[in-house]
Design a protein around this ligand. Structure first.
Ligand code: AP5
Length: 219
């Protein structure tokens, strides 16, 4: 199965991907996570991406497409893949369609996660993460056992650098200008599935699971 999760910042792509990855046994490929890992490890790619990410802008297409093309060539993608946060522009979507990885395994579906801006602001301002293991938490919906401390590493949780309110607003604007056109792009190609992602994490997962079962013709 070759899936894309499309949706604004904070719509729940990463959260849903963690469950879908287990359900379908396909690798979850988050371009945001790959960039953040490169930033932590201070690679050349990380240094180039950091200024764009911290300002709420997109990393240039050429850099991002090369990175995803390399990732999709890896062995674990032979079973399929779940793309989270890619493509984000029409240029990226056209490039994806031309990649080798898609030639013998076309896209199965593009899930379009629909969430109101107020919900996004609440979710993103409440998000916390472990600086050591990267595990995500939320002060509203995914609380750690002890407030502010990672359950696994026992270190103090932090906010993502781009989760400051002004950067969240910029990311939303970037999404509307550069990524939203992909909704029409994939709808025209018969691949889009709209999914209301306003409910609880479990309810959203069950909704998406049902939508995908319907698309795949499963009981
Ligand atoms: P990326 O990391 O992809 O950020 P994003 O798209 O802004 O998405 P987020 O990770 O913020 O949110 P999400 O939708 O995954 O929601 P989550 O599940 O975490 O990209 C970061 C940056 O990298 C970009 O701004 C850009 O600069 C660059 N970049 C990445 N890809 C690129 C590309 N292709 N091209 C160019 N540049 C690129 O949920 C958010 C919070 O809400 C969590 O705390 C979660 O616990 C909570 N939550 C989730 N679902 C629910 C629910 N149903 N109920 C209650 N709480 C929930």
């Amino acid at each position: 199965m070759q899936l894309i999760l499309l949706g604004p910042p904070g719509s729940g792509k990463g959260t849903l991907a963690a469950d879908l990855e287990q359900l379908y046994e396909i690798p979850h490929i988050s371009t945001g996570d790959i960039f953040r890992r490169n930033i932590r490890e201070k690679t050349a790619l990380g240094q180039e991406a950091e200024t764009y990410i911290d300002s709420g802008a997109l990393v240039p297409d050429a850099l991002t497409i090369t990175m995803v093309a390399d990732r999709l060539e890896q062995d674990d993608c032979k079973r399929g893949f779940l793309l989270d946060g890619f493509p984000r522009t029409i240029v990226q979507a056209d490039a994806l369609a031309r990649l080798n990885a898609l030639q013998d395994k076309p896209l199965t579906a593009v899930l379009n996660l629909i969430v109101r801006d107020e919900t996004i602001l609440k979710r993103l301002s409440g998000r916390r993460m472990c600086p050591r293991c990267g595990r995500g938490y939320n002060i509203h919906s995914q609380k750690p056992r002890a407030a502010g401390i990672c359950d696994d590493c026992q270190v103090t949780l932090v906010q993502r650098a781009d989760d400051k309110e002004e950067t969240i607003l910029k990311r939303l604007q970037t999404y509307k200008e550069q990524t939203e056109p992909l909704i029409a792009y994939y709808r025209e190609r018969g691949l889009l599935i709209d999914a209301d992602n306003e409910g609880t994490i479990e309810a959203c997962f069950q909704t998406v699971r049902q939508l995908l079962d319907d698309r795949l013709g499963r009981a």
